[in-house]
Write a protein that binds this ligand. Sequence first.
Ligand code: SAH
Ligand code: SF4
Ligand code: F3S
Length: 458
Amino acid sequence: MIEPGQLQVSHQYTKASGNKIYIETYGCQMNFNDSEVVVAIMQKEGFAVTKDITEADLILVNTCSIRDNAEQRVLGRLRELRAIKRKKPALKVGVIGCMAERMKEQLLEKEKAVDLIAGPDAYRDLPVLVAKTGTGMRAANVILSHEETYADINPVRLDENHVTAFISIMRGCENFCAYCVVPYTRGGERSRDPETIVNEARNLFDAGYREVTLLGQNVNSYLWKSSTGANITFPKLIELVALVDPKLRVRFATSHPKDLSDDLLRTMARYKNICRNIHLPAQSGSNNILQAMKRGYTREWYLQRIAAIKHYMPECTISTDLIAGFCGETEQDHQQTLSLMREVGYDSAFMFKYSQRPGTYAADNLTDDVPEDVKSRRLTEIIDLQNTLSAENKKKDIGKTFEVLVEAVSKKSKNELYGRTSQNSVVVFPKMNFNPGDYVMVEITGCTQATLKGKVVE
Ligand code: SAH
Ligand code: SF4
Ligand code: F3S
């Protein structure tokens, strides 16, 4: 916790050095939501957010370490910020998030632009760290916590549409998949007090929001032990959020296949406002690779989970994450991934080349032996297949009518709106008198590669 005395220091800084923060976010939805928490913490200390970087007194870069190219992007950005700082010496730059946690003081030593670093569990300390930089010092806090969930902090929403928002329900991860840096950058798994989650959802609904996405690295292992002894599991939590209002859509990410329960699927099926889309990262279709990745399930188990989803909710779409070229992946293993994709018929996928991350089990114990050109070729094959599958699935939607939650005016035409179906497909249709936040029945009349097109059904 922050001591009252410490708070005062940052107020002094605020007066002396200007108080405008510019924040930019890389990485996952959790990082995006963390930036909203950071803004809430800083606003309470008298800082104001600006969308104009040239006005900023403090630039915070919320970073991601998931793959090497994610880090390289940030390092490139820090070089640009160094150039800006030369022209404006009072400007301070802070690196927060997963890269700050992974690289620790090394970042301060190597990157001349950086004045402060703060890991994902150290955001309450940011005002104090900023105050330290005001005296010319460089400041760091990368201590990970077993308890921090920022449960009492009301995130300041940075989304553009004021219709959809993220709510973090847990932090950290303890699965230690062999390739993954997240358990090291975000620490151990901990769940947030459900009452604060439901209150946040209700407040968002009252403020006009119509969709919340519950976030965690493995939402299915959410567990809150209440003082009365009753346990709140993820199915119970999502039910409580769904009950806030039938007009509030509820999504969640990410589900780990090993923990996706029938109990959750049954709960989803009971509530129309829990969206019919499950993101279920497979990573690979080969049992040898799944084992090497330490994923804790087999291809057969995964397919049986897919069958369970279809059993309870035939209309549910399924998306996934896939990694090409993990350590030891043979051509046959790769073919197994392609065949899994065909068998499931994914609606969409995030697809990556394996990137070795320092400190992970794979980096220390396995050989990154798939040549770069082979990784690239396999990734291209995966992407090409997914494009085909996505197009096939879109075509099947033509002629069907969906309830679309309007998110905003289309970027391409101000006479059109775009929104999403419960299945998470993007739909573009004529604006008429509708507005963001409205639910509209739309019949699908056609599609392009990324979106469905439709007409309003009266
Ligand atoms: N908690 C989620 C994943 C979070 S990371 C889950 O377990 O499903 C998002 C995705 O990044 C992962 O699903 C994986 O596909 C990818 N990823 C993680 N580490 C990676 C690495 N070292 N190289 C390539 N892709 C990686
Ligand atoms: Fe990483 Fe695995 Fe945890 Fe997902 S479940 S964040 S892939 S360690
Ligand atoms: Fe998210 Fe990247 Fe960290 S994916 S958890 S910001 S490493």
